[in-house]
Design a protein around this ligand. Structure first.
Ligand code: GUN
Length: 284
């Protein structure tokens, strides 16, 4: 039977470590502060933002909300970013994606001060990740590395296959695994023999955004499977990119959905906020 990698438990441990660190900072008069910007009223984004703000409150990070209408122009959003960049009391800026069609996401991401880019999406932080310099790393892949390390799953020398090549998950995931000395294959919708490629994996990261896409035919005996997808099937019923039941007898460990990768994404944002404060104070 497969070992369930408990993201809720591991994220809880990291949150409790952060809580202590933040309490110590508060004694010095330092309060990590995150500006959370949400444009429009996409229900999924609203839920993600609510979870992020709740987690901030739990560890003692101050969150400031900017909820603005979906008719906001790119210029108006850029003005808000400029204001938050200039505010010394704001340590981190998060603009929840996706943005409405009239706003170019790349323009917005590039406008955020890289020192406040707690999502790790700014081209400077992406460049730093690729060259191995310090910088902010996208929260979902950073959280997956923590999940593996804290579950004592060796990465060094392993065959890792990342299915998906998004800027937020797939690409940074592949680079982080490479940094941990894995042999990494990135595959996607144009990959020939996708099943065979995925079957090579000691560690398979499933991030294609399609419900139940990966079944036992994609998985090697004893593989570790990380399921990044989250899809709503019915009220309060979710599934991932992996058909968990179908692969359960083959894998050695797997992340559940929900309760696997999701909570790690949120907690890494909190880690990045504290790092942002420390960096801005010249302490990191
Ligand atoms: N939309 C989906 N995932 C993310 C994320 O990690 N950060 C932001 N800002 N928006 C998202």
């Amino acid at each position: 039977m497969a070992f369930l990698i408990d993201g809720k438990k591991i994220s809880g441990q990291i949150k409790d470590e952060l809580k202590v660190k933040i309490a110590e900072l508060k004694e010095e008069g330092l309060v990590p502060t995150l500006a959370v910007v949400r444009v429009g009223d996409d229900p999924a984004s609203a839920l993600y933002v609510k979870n992020k703000k709740k987690a901030c409150a739990y560890v003692g990070i101050e969150s400031r909300s900017y909820e603005i209408p979906d008719t906001t122009s790119e210029e108006e959003l850029l003005q808000l970013i400029g204001k938050l960049n200039a505010d010394p009391d704001v340590n981190g800026i998060l603009v929840q994606l996706p943005l409405p069609a009239q706003i170019n996401e790349k323009h917005i991401i590039s406008a955020i001060d890289p020192m406040k880019d707690v999502d790790g999406f700014h081209p400077m932080n992406v460049g730093a990740l690729v060259t191995g310099e310090p910088g902010f790393v996208s929260c979902t892949p950073a959280g997956i590395i923590q999940l593996l390390k804290r579950s004592n799953i060796e990465i060094d020398g392993k065959e890792c296959v990342v299915a998906g090549r998004s800027n937020i998950v797939g690409k940074p995931m592949s680079i982080l695994l490479l940094r941990e000395n894995a042999t990494v294959t990135t595959c996607h919708s144009h990959t020939r023999d996708l099943k065979e490629v995925c079957k090579r994996a000691d560690i398979l990261v499933a991030a294609v955004g399609k419900p139940h896409f990966f079944n036992h035919e994609y998985v090697k005996d004893g593989a570790v499977v990380i399921d990044v997808g989250i899809h709503k099937l019915a009220p309060k019923t979710f599934c991932g990119d992996v058909d968990t039941e179908d692969v359960m007898d083959k894998v050695s460990a797997i992340t559940p959905v929900p309760g696997g990768v999701g909570p790690m994404t949120v907690v890494m944002l909190l880690v990045n906020c504290v790092d942002a404060l420390l960096m801005q104070k010249g302490r990191k």
